[in-house]
Design a protein around this ligand. Structure first.
Ligand SMILES: [Zn+2]
Length: 321
């Protein structure tokens, strides 16, 4: 009796152990597969970026080299989702992102998640954001801009609502293609990031790049996109906003005339407006601003990035029309 019982118990134990072994083997194989995929990708992955030295307020172009059988890549960077696109032939995956101007210098993780064959892989790259010093200047503007009347406040509030609604319209697909070009060929007069003191009272930061151009100068789109807004606003004056897709927008301020309509698709370098000195401007000039997922970035850096020459129709993110 004992013997039989022991045998049965043993058999039961053996089955349980076998099951456990089988489970751990399957789990082990799964881990090994995931490990292999990550290890293989990690050893093959190389993350580079432009500009070489990153500072707060700068746009950044990430490039990730990966094995050819990688089918998708996304990333997380400073709390933002980063969308990568592949360029056929050069094994490179690219994404335009940015660093908020309030970011403190330090090291931050770019967390990558991708698909290779049937397995997912993850890869983390630690990236240094160096300190940046932006200049401080005092500027003087008319009282109507620092102490607006109730009527003017109404105008400002409705502008704010309008801007919020257009800024919320972020196109998922990438519309921009190739390098970005300057909207005018002229010298710049005020760089991005300057801290401004209005009449010794109101503080703000210059979140765009000013070009010293007289009124009536032709203004061109910095890249391909869709016109979200082309109208007069209180502070901005004549204002054009272009959506370049994947959260990237370019804004053109103080314009005197529009050459495009809201909803128009524009190509890179297309004439969109004439410059002016409308809105809160100390004189005629063009203010160019670049927004990425709600963050204002330094346009001068964006214009210098060497972007891959790829037509949107050749990439996985097609379907914009
Ligand atoms: Zn400006």
């Amino acid at each position: 009796m004992w013997g039989a019982l022991i045998t049965i118990q043993c058999m039961a134990d053996v089955s349980a152990i076998r099951l456990l072994l089988l489970r751990s083997t399957v789990l082990g194989m799964f881990l090994a597969m995931a490990g292999d995929a990550s290890a293989a990708v990690s050893s093959a992955a190389a993350v580079t970026w432009q500009p070489a030295k990153l500072v707060r307020g700068s746009p950044v172009l990430f490039r990730v080299s990966l094995p050819t059988n990688v089918k998708g890549l996304s990333g997380k960077w400073l709390g933002h989702e980063v969308k990568f696109f592949s360029v056929p032939g050069n094994k490179g995956w690219y994404a335009l992102a940015g660093i908020p101007v309030e970011t403190t210098a330090g090291s931050y993780d770019l967390e990558l998640t991708g698909t290779r064959g049937a397995a997912n892989f993850q890869y983390v790259k630690r990236i240094r954001v160096s300190p940046a010093n932006y200049p401080k200047i005092a500027i003087h503007v008319g009282k109507q801009f620092t102490e607006p009347s109730p009527e003017q406040l109404k105008h400002i509030a409705s502008d704010k609502e309008l801007k919020q609604s257009i800024f919320a319209k972020e196109t998922e697909v990438r519309l921009w293609e190739g390098g970005f070009q300057a909207p005018v060929s002229a010298a710049t007069s005020d760089p991005f990031g300057t801290e401004r003191v209005f009449n010794g009272e109101v503080k703000s930061r210059h979140l765009g790049l000013d070009y010293a151009v007289g009124p009536g100068t032709p203004v061109h789109a910095v890249n391909r996109g869709t016109v979200l807004l082309a109208r007069d606003l209180y502070f901005e004056g004549g204002f054009v906003a272009i959506d370049h897709g994947q959260g990237l927008m370019s804004l053109y301020l103080h314009l005197s005339d529009f050459k495009v309509h809201e909803g128009d698709e524009v190509s890179s370098g297309q004439l969109i407006a004439l410059s002016g000195g409308s809105g809160r401007a100390t004189g005629p000039h063009l203010h160019l601003a670049v927004r990425w997922q709600g963050i204002y970035l330094n346009p001068a850096v964006l214009l210098k990035l060497e972007l891959p020459e790829s037509h949107h129709v050749e990439t996985a993110d097609q379907g914009s029309h």
